[in-house]
Structures are given as structure tokens and as C-alpha cells.
Design a protein around this ligand. Sequence first.
Ligand code: ADP
Ligand code: MG
Length: 246
Amino acid sequence: MELLRTENVTKSYDSRVIIRDINIHLLQGELVSLLGLSGSGKTTLFQVISGLVTPDSGNVFLNDKNITGEPGNISYMLQKDLLLEHKKVIDNVSLPLVLRGISRKDARKQAQPYFEQFGLEGTEEKYPSQLSGGMRQRAALLRTYLCSCPVALLDEPFSALDMITKGQMHTWYLDVINKIRLSTLLITHDIEEAILLSDRIYVMTGVPGEIHNEIHIEKRRNERTDFNLTPEFLDYKEQILDILKQ
Ligand SMILES: Nc1ncnc2c1ncn2[C@@H]1O[C@H](COP(=O)(O)OP(=O)(O)O)[C@@H](O)[C@H]1O
Ligand SMILES: [Mg+2]
């Protein structure tokens, strides 16, 4: 079932076209990556999809409803985790519930059971500055998840992490996504991350940014964590590198 769709989205800033004629879609339960070099307009596209920015032309549909320029339908995790340093982790995470009008006490109660699943047990009463980089990202992901929006947009959620932590986060994320089946659009400039995590990859290239290719990654979900050791993985990597080098 198709959940999200953009139709011919074009956006300029100061009469410079940043992204042109973007047509992408996301099916229920899918994880789709938007892969491109920095400056190719990925974040701009996310801002349009989230409704924070109105495109020059084109539309965004969620469950066939036109949501172009209408914020609040989709949860959006920004490139920086944006945890509020003066709030405890439990209050950071339960913020989306409070914003929906649930009392702080009830919001905490609803958020608490997820701490274990997100590898955050014991951090409830801590402040963000007391967490490691990986934990901060997990807290930001949990907050995104608790928005209970049908689609999550994640803008380079793992890019600031060191290689080892990043690898651990990938394994963890694949496991958690299998359980919660969140439909996700993920921005990344990391080819291996895109291949490892995605069902499909849109490769964005050029100035203005356009979708150059759509690549289906064939793998069974439960095989995913060892997938980067297979010949198929290297084939995908070579294919994408060729596209980006053009
Ligand atoms: N609000 C804005 N005003 C003017 N230019 C912008 C704005 N936002 C993004 N841009 C420009 O759009 C281009 C694409 O940026 P961005 O969408 O952040 O790319 P990416 O996320 O792929 O790195 C950049 O050249 C950037 O300077
Ligand atoms: Mg960006």
C-alpha cells in the first residue's frame, strides 16, 4: 500500500532551482533511502515533504490526501538530534505526547515502556549531556517514534557517530525497525548504510538535484546484518558509485 508520494516537486531559492521534478513514493512498512552527495537538495526535499517549506510546484500526498505545505502530518528527525539539554531524557522523549495535549505525567508513563526496547533503560532521569552519541540518537529516534505519525523522515541520523558506534546502531536499528515496522524515509550520503538498511534507494544527483536512479535492494530482512559481507552487497556498492561518479 502506498503511504507517501511526491509529484513533480520543484523548489528554488533566490531563483536558483535546488530540486527539480522529484517523484518518489514510500510503501507501508518500507525503509527507503535518499542517497546523494552533500548539497544535492536532500534536506530541502525533506522540508517540502514535512510541510515546513512549500514547493514552487508539485505536490505531496499522504494516504492520497494532498498535504503540500501542511506541517504536522509526518515526524521529522533533523540532522542534529536537537534534544533539549535542560530537560531530562524522559521529558525529551515524551515531548510529542505533551504537544498533543497529554499531561506530562501521563506522557512519561506512556514513553517509559519503550526505554528498554530502544536501549535506554536507566537513562530516564538523566540529561542529554550525560548520554553517549549513540544513546542520544536512540533517544531522538524514540521521540520521533512517539510522534505516532505514519511516516518518519530521518535526516542523516547516524552521520555524526564514529564508525564502530554507527555499525552498532545499524544492527540495533534493523532489529527495532523489524519490531515496530515504522515506514521510514532516510537521508544519507553513506552508500554502505543505504544498502544495508534500505528496501529501496533513490539516488539523487546533479544541480539542481534530481532522482537519477531507483535501486531495489533484494535481501531478506533477517539476513540484513551480515549482508555487507556478501558479493551482492559489493555489486550494489559498485553500481551506486558509478552513478555518483558520473
Ligand atoms: N533556506 C535556504 N535558502 C537558500 N538556499 C538554501 C536554503 N536551504 C538550502 N539551500 C541551498 O540548497 C542547496 C541544497 O541544500 P540541502 O537541501 O541542504 O542539501 P543536502 O541536504 O543534500 O546537503 C544548497 O546549495 C543550499 O545552500
Ligand atoms: Mg542535508
